[in-house]
Write a protein that binds this ligand. Structure first.
Ligand code: SF4
Ligand code: SF4
Length: 323
């Protein structure tokens, strides 16, 4: 499991202490990842926010779904020392055959066990931060952003679920000439989009599947709000990259590709699509959270299926990026 960048692990001070603490806004962040190269142009620092209203079957970040801080247990890192059990003031942890068992009814998520664990097997997902603290972490790599055209990306989870935090952090960064981007599902209230879109230099968003009944079945949410926000987004002069997570049997048909391209042509100025083949690299995260992996029975997309989808989209006039 990736963790907070070194400067923030264990709550230690960042290189440059924050001097801007006046804001009352606080966000919940589950990871700050430096040197990201897949979250927008150039080298970036990605601020992953906690909380997402969607429940996509293939989600790669299950630790981002709930808005509150959570506790994860990585059995493969556990050496069975029992320090966590001793540290727990609630008596919520016990040693068992499978490692450490936590009684969710007793646990108060105080995180004493994560502080006591010497191996990182007990791990907290989510930390409350001010915009100034997040900006301090991002500006550490400004020289790399300047050289590569990179910057900060707010991802998640759903960054539009915490619009004040994103806007205030982005405003601090932009004052210093750091570019800002978001990765969003666009499943958000219009006011959240209107608060954040004007302070973005770049936006990445998904169109998961056009058939709304299928969309509801595989994400738990209707796509109507997403498509309406995509149209709304066209009011802002910001480059937008549309992404399709390619998920076999759900959205990899020629019909879905054609419907997606048609919607974009008829309603938006966006002509660039990136195809992101689904992967199963996040199963350990589900295990750590004690969750079943909902995409267990979905096969991985074949290269040919992704190529075919790209061909269909290009035939419809779209520019397609493949990963
Ligand atoms: S988070 Fe706190 S209450 Fe929960 S298991 Fe750990 S030490 Fe116990
Ligand atoms: S403190 Fe960490 S390594 Fe030790 S038993 Fe608990 S989870 Fe395992």
């Amino acid at each position: 499991m990736e963790s907070f960048c070194t400067e923030y692990r264990n709550g230690s001070s960042p290189e440059k202490p924050s001097t801007e603490k006046s804001t009352a806004t606080v966000g919940t962040v589950f990871q700050i990842q430096r040197f990201s190269i897949h979250d927008g142009p150039g080298i970036r620092t990605t601020v992953f926010l906690k909380g997402c209203p969607m429940r996509c079957l293939w989600c790669h970040n299950p630790e981002s779904m709930k808005p509150e801080t959570e506790l994860g247990y990585r059995r493969n890192r556990c050496v069975g020392c029992g320090q966590c059990v001793l540290a727990c003031p609630q008596g919520a942890l016990t040693v068992c055959k499978e490692g450490i068992r936590r009684d969710g009814a007793l646990c108060q998520v105080c995180l004493a066990c994560t502080a006591a664990c010497p191996t990182g097997a007990m791990e907290a997902y989510g930390r409350r931060m001010t915009p100034a603290e997040a900006a301090d972490a991002v500006r550490l790599d400004k020289r790399y952003y300047d050289k590569t055209g990179g910057g900060a990306t707010f991802s998640g989870g759903e960054p539009l679920s915490q619009p004040e935090f994103v806007r205030e952090t982005a405003e601090l960064l932009r004052r210093e000439g750091i570019r800002t981007a978001i990765e969003t599902s666009l499943y958000a209230a219009p006011h959240a989009l209107e608060e954040v879109a004007p302070i973005c230099d770049y936006i990445m968003t998904d169109i998961k599947v056009m058939d709304d009944a299928v969309h509801q079945k595989v994400t738990g949410c209707s796509n109507r709000r997403i498509l309406a926000n995509l149209v709304r987004l066209a009011r802002y002069p910001v480059p937008v990259l549309i992404r399709i997570p390619v998920v076999p049997g759900i959205n990899d048909s020629a019909q879905n590709a054609e419907q997606t391209a048609r919607f974009l042509f008829e309603n938006t100025p966006y002509r660039k699509i990136e195809l992101l083949p689904m992967h199963k690299l996040a199963t350990h995260k589900y295990e750590a959270l004690g969750l079943d992996y909902p995409a267990q029975d979905i096969p991985l997309p074949t290269e040919e299926a992704v190529r075919q989808m790209a061909r269909t989209l290009r035939t419809m006039g779209m520019e397609v990026l493949e990963k």
